[in-house]
Design a protein around this ligand. Structure first.
Ligand code: ARG
Length: 389
């Protein structure tokens, strides 16, 4: 019997997929990756078994997600099309890489995912699988099966006694992990309609909350956030605390039209409080400690890095090479950043670092000035020389 390891979310599509594979003669191992999506795992495991999975493998990938995916992207300054902080995109290569490992442990010949044929995630899953083990067969049931609608899938589930919770289903398609929430479909498919309150998963109700502004302090070591308000934190704790706090203020909401890899434009809303605050703070610290040429050059690298993550090209030589470059740039990115939180936004209000390149004696307009202003004329004359009429 052929064995398939299915990346199982616990939702309708992948629950139905288990039964669908069984009917086609596969032994199905349901693999659940925990990247902080807050899904009720017990009910999901029971559902997978009921649907016919011979085994359910649950992997807690949260720490690995932080150290091996989120921090490299933060250090690189990766943000897609100026806004999307890449929560979903970063999780896919990790989930797929661990899926390949599960396939090897289970002696499976196939892996499967529940992505549709219209999105980026199918690409990220499959490129990762092929980059890590080109001999695995990749199956994408949702792209192929006979169901024309959600209703038909529900009918199929009911017929086969697969326990699904139809009542609780949100009108949106939601993907959640510790780095952010992505929400699409439903009413959001009209790009001119303002996202309703229930589209927001973490920041809902922020408009009504009456919160005082507050300033928090984030400590970085070599580009990695290591403390909050003076106390050392693990990466995971720090991200979770910033998400909880930032959500209250409604920080990190984005409503955007984005360009998918497969060529269509889509409308998505994102909520990424911790990512937004940390990316902002990290960037500010870099502006204090990196010299102008490196800082400007790195902006291009950030752009390329974001594209590469979005396009599913994590396990590629270019990403390794860019990581090596970025790592070199982070040697001096140590210091503390003070960030003011207020409704819907955060602002850096102070920064300090032992490696600061800011020299008060050069910048000041006071009596402390050590800058020889007479030198400026010679500099400008030579700078202008090629253009002088
Ligand atoms: N558009 C985002 C990306 O391609 C998120 C995709 C998943 N979104 C969702 N709501 N299920 O990375």
């Amino acid at each position: 019997m052929k064995k398939v390891v299915l990346a199982y979310s616990g939702g309708l599509d992948t629950s139905v997929a288990i039964k669908w594979f069984k009917e086609r003669g596969y032994d199905v191992v349901a693999y659940m990756a925990d990247v902080g999506q807050e899904k009720t795992t017990d009910a999901a495991i029971a559902r997978a078994k009921k649907a016919g999975a011979s085994k359910v493998v649950v992997k807690d990938l949260k720490k690995k997600f932080v150290t091996d995916y989120i921090w490299p992207a933060l250090k690189a300054g990766a943000v897609y099309e100026g806004r999307y902080t890449l929560a979903t995109a970063l999780s896919r290569p990790l989930i797929a890489a661990e899926q390949v490992a599960v396939a090897h442990q289970e002696n499976a010949t196939s892996v499967a995912h529940g992505c549709t044929g219209k999105g980026n995630d199918q690409v990220r899953f499959e490129v990762t699988t092929q980059a890590l083990d080109g001999s695995l067969e990749i199956l994408a049931p949702v792209r192929e099966w006979e169901f024309k609608s959600r209703e038909e899938e529900i009918q199929y589930a009911l017929k086969h006694d697969i326990p699904i919770d139809v009542t609780k289903k949100s009108p949106f398609s939601i993907d959640k992990n510790i780095w952010g929430v992505s929400v699409e479909a439903g009413i959001l498919e009209d790009p001119n309609v303002e996202p309703p309150q229930d589209a927001f998963q973490w920041t809902r109700g922020a408009e009504k909350r009456n919160l005082k502004e507050q300033v928090i302090e984030i400590g970085f070591e070599k580009g990695v956030p290591v403390s909050l308000n003076g106390s050392k934190k693990s990466g995971l704790d720090l991200i979770e605390e910033l998400n909880a706090l930032g959500s209250q203020y409604g920080i990190g909401r984005m409503d955007m039209i984005e360009n998918r890899l497969i060529g269509i434009k889509s409308r998505e809303t994102y909520e990424a409080p911790a990512a937004t605050i940390l990316i902002q703070a990290h960037k500010d610290l870099e502006s204090l400690v990196l010299d102008r040429e490196l800082l400007h050059y790195k902006e291009g690298i950030s752009h390329k890095y974001a594209e590469l993550v979005y396009y599913g090209l994590w396990f590629t030589p270019l990403r390794s090479a860019l990581d090596a470059f970025v790592e070199e740039t982070q040697k001096k990115v140590t210091g503390t950043i003070r960030v003011k939180l207020r409704k819907y936004s955060s602002h850096v209000v102070g920064r300090k670092s032992p490696h600061s390149l800011y020299k008060e004696t050069l910048a000041t307009y006071s009596a402390k000035d050590k800058f020889d202003q007479k030198l400026a004329k010679g500099f400008i004359d030579l700078w202008a020389l090629p253009y002088k009429k």
